[in-house]
Design a protein around this ligand. Structure first.
Ligand code: ZN
Length: 357
């Protein structure tokens, strides 16, 4: 295949977005796009380029005092009659236009066109962000070559519609179990109904007052919700077992251990099993490159409520935030699109931040 990422395309973030969208790269099918990106980066004299699986890393080594990461994933969710891209006025439609090839295009455009950025920059083009963590390119790099990720600050170019979304909330899944004694429902006084006992679990959730926390000027709003309920034996049996699955989204001022302690306090007296958890990430806007980045954006940051790869950097002590041109509400949507003017605005912002003074 002829590489569609020509010098002319690389020079323009809009054309580059479109070219990246038109290389199909549903998760686990990133080889073709990674080949194209790698070939481009290996031809750039001011970068050192490495590849691990279908994740490509390129970095400058200018001896700057600070290093920043710009990261974009190469994969998309499955196609949905939205490939290849189409243009309608100021809008580019297609799978990955918002999430997140328009953001990934920034990293590739800057990598190629900015030989002397103000900070040393590590650019990541990584595989499999949209599926389970064990395939995630950043996760695989963190295990195999953690030194590749070393930096003072990271920007993940996920869709935020041109504003800064900082940090992210943690998430915890748990099961609250109630038990009883099985009996024939015709003589129910011989049994203890575990589904009825779950009523108290639901009542505590219904009256639960979720916290709102402000950290570095960013608001985080917690939530604790029953997301599934399982119980019952048969139409004539008093059930002896009921499980309420509870998802707790917690602000990044709480560690997973603190979140778990809180959860157990809420369900005091019940059997609670934590089945899965992921730590949140504090917004980390105090680092010098972060402050300069916010100045270049010129608008107040907001808290990220979902979990993102920002937390992977936070776990390594690297402050990170999300910034990209796409509308996050359109990600994974069949009508996914991105505004051309948003792509240009964001590219100008990143240029203001990274270009030598
Ligand atoms: Zn994404």
């Amino acid at each position: 295949m002829e590489n569609p990422l020509t010098p002319e395309v690389l020079a323009d973030p809009v054309q580059l977005t479109r070219a990246l969208v038109d290389i199909e790269s549903v998760s686990l099918n990133e080889k073709a796009i990674a080949d194209c990106v790698e070939e481009v980066l290996r031809g750039v004299p001011h970068l050192t380029t490495h590849r691990h699986g279908n994740t490509v890393m390129a970095r400058t080594d200018l001896g700057r005092s600070q290093r920043v990461v710009l990261a974009g994933h190469l994969d998309t969710v499955p196609l949905n009659n939205n490939f290849p891209s189409t243009m309608r006025g100021d809008l580019m439609y297609g799978c990955g236009t918002s999430d997140m090839k328009s953001g990934t295009a920034y990293a590739l455009h800057l990598a190629v066109t900015l030989p002397e950025p103000r900070y040393d920059v590590t650019y990541f083009f990584y595989e499999a962000e949209e599926i389970e963590s064990r395939y995630n390119g950043l996760n695989l790099v963190a295990q195999a070559f953690p030194e590749w990720l070393q930096a003072d600050f990271a920007v993940l170019l996920e869709p935020t519609y041109g504003i800064v979304e900082a940090g992210c909330q943690g998430t915890m899944r748990s099961v609250v179990t109630t038990t009883g004694v099985r009996a024939h429902s015709a003589r129910s006084w011989h049994g203890v109904n575990a589904i009825h006992a779950a009523g108290e679990v639901l009542r505590r959730l219904q009256t639960y007052e979720a916290r709102r926390v402000t950290i570095d000027g960013c608001d985080y709003r917690e939530g604790m919700n029953a997301v599934r309920i399982n119980g019952g034996v048969a139409g004539n049996v008093v059930p002896d077992h009921c499980e309420v699955e509870v998802n707790y989204r917690f602000a990044p001022d709480r560690t997973p251990a603190e979140a778990e302690a809180h959860l157990r306090e809420v369900f005091d007296g019940f059997e609670v099993t934590v089945t899965d958890m992921a730590a949140g990430a504090a917004p980390g806007l105090e680092a010098a490159p972060a402050k300069e980045f916010l100045a270049a954006v010129g608008a107040a940051p907001i808290g990220k409520l979902g979990w993102t790869d920002v937390a992977r950097f936070a776990a390594m002590g690297i402050p990170a935030l999300n910034f990209g041109p796409g509308d996050p509400n359109l990600a994974h949507h069949p009508d996914e699109h991105v505004e051309i003017s948003k792509i240009r605005d964001g590219a100008a912002t990143l240029h203001r931040w990274l270009a030598p003074a």
